[in-house]
Design a protein around this ligand. Structure first.
Ligand code: ZN
Length: 305
């Protein structure tokens, strides 16, 4: 058995073995998650939801942000919801969408459900990815091009509202924000510009095991597998497969190449999922580093395609 000192030294060695500057800043993503989750429950119609919206608005003051407010037709009547779309323009014609959801479940409003992993961790992940994209665009700023552009495709970050059911999950009581936006982008022609739609859900889990979601596009799964291999992260990705109903489906149904990057194995027998146990101590900077590394590398590979 290892004594505590040896174990601590080994951990320190393992941490140092990865030069920090070559990796995505998962610690920063975790810090964003912490700040966001500190708001508390943020189910539609709650004061926490209004605070969550204000938090996102504040984070993206310097960016091209669109607030996509709409009214969802739900089992409890019309509910005001709001997606956030943050656009980082690229030099190539076409768009890569990175999406997540930010709200918590209305039907869990009577417990202290803060969704640290579910909705929290991927909001923090996208915020830290935004920092990276902002730095890349700033780098390319010239006199003529004051905004700056990414080298590859435009990247749009989407924070969906209303992914969770209001009462109980069904095709009509779930994924309100993504159904609204996919329909809107279908009408105005935006969908035709999307090269890839990448959804992140519940991937802050300390024990990361991302499923291969069966409706996801094969070529996107293959590119993400290749991206994971580059960092030696193969074992965290696609070791099992299952269909998952999530915010990617409205895009899949409209023919957009999509992938749901989800770990639906959260705690022993998934016992932390949708319970008051979904708290900050269950998620890690390490998992968010893995996610960020692989997402950014996947974007790079899509740009090269
Ligand atoms: Zn959920």
């Amino acid at each position: 058995m290892l004594d505590k000192c040896v174990a601590a030294a080994l951990l320190l060695f393992a941490a140092q073995a990865l030069p920090a500057q070559q990796h995505f800043d998962g610690a920063k993503a975790l810090a964003y998650t912490q700040q966001f989750v500190a708001i508390g429950p943020r189910w539609p119609t709650s004061p926490g939801h209004t605070q969550a919206e204000a938090f996102l608005r504040n984070q993206f003051q310097r960016d091209q942000v669109e607030e996509d407010a709409f009214t969802a037709n739900t089992p409890i009547g019309p509910v005001a919801m709001r997606n956030f779309i943050v656009r980082f323009p690229g030099k190539k014609d076409g768009v890569i969408v990175l999406a997540s959801h930010y709200e918590t479940n209305y039907w869990l409003r009577n417990i202290n459900f803060v969704g640290a992993n579910d909705g929290g961790s991927t909001t923090g992940l996208l915020l830290a990815i935004a920092d990276q994209l902002r730095a890349e665009t700033a780098h390319s700023k010239t006199g003529k091009d004051k905004m700056g552009k990414l080298e590859g495709y435009s990247v749009w970050l989407v924070f969906f509202d209303g992914e969770e059911a209001i009462q109980s999950w069904s095709a009509s009581d779930s994924t309100y924000g993504s159904r609204h936006l996919a329909a809107k982008w279908g009408r105005d022609g935006t969908l035709g510009r999307i090269k890839a739609f990448i959804l992140a859900d519940m991937i802050g889990d300390k024990s990361l095991d991302i499923q291969r979601e069966t409706r996801s596009a094969d070529w996107l799964v293959a590119l993400m597998t290749q991206a994971a291999k580059k960092f030696g992260y193969d074992r965290f990705f696609f070791q099992t497969e299952s269909p998952v109903d999530d915010d990617h489906l409205p895009f899949v149904e409209r023919g957009v190449a999509s992938i749901d990057v989800i770990d639906l194995d959260y705690g022993p027998n998934n016992s932390f999922h949708h319970t008051a146990q979904d708290t900050m101590d269950k998620i890690s900077a390490r998992s968010l580093t893995i996610d960020g590394d692989v997402f950014l590398e996947t974007i790079r590979l899509i740009d090269l395609r």
